[in-house]
Write a protein that binds this ligand. Structure first.
Ligand SMILES: [Zn+2]
Length: 563
């Protein structure tokens, strides 16, 4: 009897996270190469958790992308940013697979998309084919891998969602093999005094804590003295085999004297909650150091559903004279773990680093609306714009307003309204609201102009001003010259740029008929594909008009020959 129990336990141990809820043998790989990851599910990204895995494509584009199972295409999206060219396939078992940053679709799907693009006269389209209209079978080539949209290098973004709830799930729960023999890496550890008067190692402020590796491979922190309610945070990453990429870990657990205080994992989450990542990470730390420290305690405004267990919201009450054994376990999905023990002694000591209240004249109560008149502009924060109450730093200028800085995260849009009355009609036309970065480089913030007020809605705190863009976009041919014979060309491409407000729209015609030009903002390139077969004459007039975000526009006309 005992033997049987042991065997069963041994058998299920390696499948720690491969839960029986997820089909293990139905889905095949979306690529014909071994799965090497540049990104994991739930990985911490800007304002969101990564909702799929990023599969490396050997620094190339054009690899065949295969449907992971029989299914029907339910959605096709082509956009300048985000997933670029993306396909969604619903499978009969209730899951939808998603493939992003594609270079192009398979010929049949490509023809379907181009028809819609020509009908709508737009490169960006979002299509919802009828159920069963475009069926695909397991292993069928549906597209070719690429680098379109918000992608920093060639790779395939791959997701598996629940078709009903649309919640993304961790693709590695479906029996895919990704080799990983490496424990997660702990980069740094921080202690947070949370309650009034709390302290850690004589500090009333967040403090970095030291630790060292033990003979058994686990880590032991130097003894911590503390009093009051405290919490911990870690910076950690995981590496799989065959790649140096620093990917996200799967699960983190914190126990105190053997009791689980907090435990979360990246089995699934919902798109509606993903922005609450800004309450999981130490946002101010990220702003300052560009490192994402995950807090092992849950803030009041954190509505994430990733927690499996919570006790006291992961916060630890430290009392004088008592000692505590805090243990952190960081796991990857392959089951490799890294353990850290933090011994804590309850002891009040004279503070060396007092708590910095960061006091200013203006205190924001997060659950109330807040209005400020900053001279050049008015700012309106609706209730619950922020996750916590804080002292906001506001600076009035004659043309510029500084609204704190991006060390505080906003969950909702707030409104900034500039008074443009000192500018004349012509100037007003060319003005837009710009966010200025630390080097005072302006970036366009969508500006609504009405009733003597220029308004923008944004979730980024920082410095804003009105900027005038009086220069129209520039257009130049990239791979051809005026009056050239292009008979052997597969593509015709042009470079379009705008110096200040940025490109809003572009539209090209060939002999007066609209033609599709694919826009790749990362390379400022517009491309016409001669396979579209819109060239019907030998001598052709191509006309391209590009407009920037304040309405300055440039038209470029050229002639080419082709037979
Ligand atoms: Zn991705």
């Amino acid at each position: 009897m005992r033997h049987t129990i042991f065997l069963v336990l041994f058998a299920i141990a390696p499948l720690l996270y491969a839960q029986e809820n997820y089909p293990q043998d139905i889905f095949q790989s979306p690529l014909e190469i071994p799965l090497v990851l540049a990104g994991t599910f739930g990985e911490l990204r800007s304002n969101h958790f990564h909702s799929g895995i990023d599969i490396k494509t050997q620094q190339r584009e054009g690899l065949r992308v295969l449907s992971i199972a029989d299914g029907t295409i339910t959605r096709i999206k082509v956009s300048h940013w985000g997933y670029g060219k993306a396909l969604y396939i619903a499978h009969p078992n209730g899951y939808t697979s998603v493939y992003g940053h594609l270079q192009k679709f398979s010929p049949e799907i490509e023809a379907y998309v181009k028809k819609a693009q020509y009908a709508k006269q737009s490169y960006e389209v979002e299509l919802f084919p009828d159920y069963g209209e475009i069926k695909v079978s397991k292993g069928e080539t549906i597209a070719f891998s690429g680098n379109t949209g918000g992608s920093a290098g060639p790779h395939l973004h791959f997701e598996i969602r629940s078709s009903v709830s649309e919640k993304p799930t961790n693709p590695l729960l479906y029996g895919y093999e990704v080799r990983d023999a490496t424990d997660p890496t702990l980069v740094s550890l921080y202690g947070y005094p949370l309650s009034d008067g709390a302290q850690i190692n004589k500090s009333g402020e967040k403090i970095q804590l030291n630790y060292s590796r033990q003979a058994d491979g686990s880590f032991l922190a130097e003894k911590v003295t503390a009093i009051g309610t405290i919490g911990f945070g870690i910076n950690t990453f995981d590496r799989q085999d065959m790649a140096a990429n620093k990917n996200g870990v799967y699960a983190v657990k914190q126990t105190v004297n053997g009791r689980v205080y907090s435990e979360f994992d990246f089995e699934t989450f919902s798109f509606g909650e993903t922005r609450y990542i800004n309450t999981l990470i130490d946002y101010a730390h990220f702003y300052k150091h560009r490192q994402r420290v995950q807090k092992l305690f849950k803030e009041p405004f954190n509505h994430l559903g990733i927690y499996k267990t919570l006790y006291n919201n992961g916060e630890i009450d430290i009392e004088e004279g008592l000692s505590y054994n805090v243990e952190l376990t960081i796991s990857d999905i392959a089951g490799n773990t890294t353990k850290l023990v933090i011994p804590v002694e309850g002891k009040r000591e004279p503070l060396k680093i007092p708590k910095d209240e960061g006091k200013t004249e203006n205190f924001i109560l997060a659950d109330k609306p807040n209005n400020f008149d900053l001279g050049a502009a008015k700012v309106y924060f609706p209730a619950n714009t922020f996750y916590e109450d804080f002292y906001i730093r506001l600076e009035k200028g004659s043309d510029t307003v500084a609204i704190h800085d991006n060390s505080v995260a906003a969950h909702r849009n707030f409104t900034i309204s500039f008074d443009p009355t000192k500018y004349n009609e012509e100037e007003r036309k060319q003005l837009f609201i710009a966010h200025l970065d630390e080097d005072y480089r302006p970036s366009h913030s969508k500006t609504y102009k009405r009733d003597g007020a220029f308004t923008t809605r944004t979730r980024t705190l920082g410095t804003y001003t009105l900027v005038r863009d009086s220069v129209a976009p520039e257009i130049r041919p990239k791979n051809f010259k005026e009056k050239q014979w292009l008979s052997n060309y597969n593509y015709l491409s042009m470079v379009i740029t705008d110096d200040l407000s940025g490109i809003d729209t572009y539209s090209a015609t060939l002999n007066g008929e609209w033609i599709l030009m694919e826009y790749e903002p990362k390379t400022n390139t517009l491309t016409y594909d001669f396979d579209d077969e819109r060239v019907k004459a030998t001598e052709n007039e191509l006309k391209l008009t590009v407009t920037d975000n304040v309405g300055n526009s440039t038209t470029y006309t050229t002639t080419f020959f082709r037979n």
